[in-house]
Design a protein around this ligand. Structure first.
Ligand code: SAH
Ligand code: DHB
Ligand code: MG
Length: 222
């Protein structure tokens, strides 16, 4: 099997059960037009995030890495009318594109895109006494995934789900000899998860339009 097959399957799944509607298509088009990198989750992956958020009845979602708001829209659509999604983005121009797309999707009331390096924003949230989250999606700078995970673990409710994107990255996760810092961080995440008694976790490899990668899912003890 090859890349073409993986992409064809993603297209089929996208055309059948996980279609992009007008607002999602517009989000991708706006992001591309504004020169944002095309690194958003695929439609089947976006739908997976949506289903996960719905399946645990998420009312409060935290996202690391907004980009153009594509995954944000999938996730926010899982929220009830009184729900809230906070998405953290370092780049002003990206946050602006995302806010426009999120508003166009009719989700402006539910979503706040907070500008700044996430580690700094987390400090501010701490000072504000932020309420616990039900679901966290970690998808920003990969070297900080373990830091974002550790912070999240202390700021979620029992039974929460923490999901991290891009943990496999073409298999570098398992290559102990690679000195790639992003891959090293994903290995560190796994050791951390293995030693952490408050969560049960697994990592699922994915193929498709985004290449060979994977999600880590960690369920926090309820
Ligand atoms: N979740 C998006 C994709 C995010 S891509 C989707 O699937 O649709 C990663 C994003 O993280 C980029 O927009 C990048 O600007 C942002 N980012 C990188 N470093 C960051 C940091 N330190 N704090 C917050 N966001 C960061
Ligand atoms: C990159 C970031 C992502 O979140 C992703 O899904 C793919 C690539 C990147 O920074 O290159
Ligand atoms: Mg990603």
């Amino acid at each position: 099997m090859d890349k073409e097959t993986f992409e064809a399957v993603d297209r089929f799944v996208g055309e059948t059960v996980a279609p992009d509607d007008e607002a999602l298509l517009a989000a991708v088009e706006s992001a591309t037009a504004a020169g944002l990198p095309e690194i958003q989750v695929s439609p089947p992956q976006g739908k997976l995030l949506h289903l996960l958020a719905r399946s645990i009845g998420s009312k409060r979602i935290l996202e690391f890495g907004t980009l153009g708001g594509y995954s944000t829209i999938w996730l926010a659509r899982a929220l009830p009318p009184d729900g809230k999604l906070l998405s953290l983005e370092a780049k002003d121009a990206y946050a602006e594109v995302a806010r426009t797309s999120i508003d166009r999707a009719g989700l402006g009331e539910l979503v706040e895109v907070r500008l700044g390096p996430a580690l700094e924003t987390l400090g501010a949230l701490e000072d504000e006494g932020v309420e616990p989250f039900d679901l966290v999606f970690i998808d920003a700078d990969k070297v900080n995934t373990p830091n974002y995970f550790t912070w999240s673990l202390d700021h979620v409710r029992p039974g929460a789900l923490i999901v991290a994107d891009n943990v496999v990255r073409g298999g570098t996760l398992a290559d102990e000899h690679s000195n790639d810092l992003s891959a090293e961080a994903q290995r560190q995440l796994h050791h951390l998860l293995a030693d952490e008694s408050r969560v049960e976790a697994t990592t699922i490899q994915t193929v498709g339009s985004k290449g060979h990668d994977g999600f880590t899912l960690a369920l926090v003890d309820g």
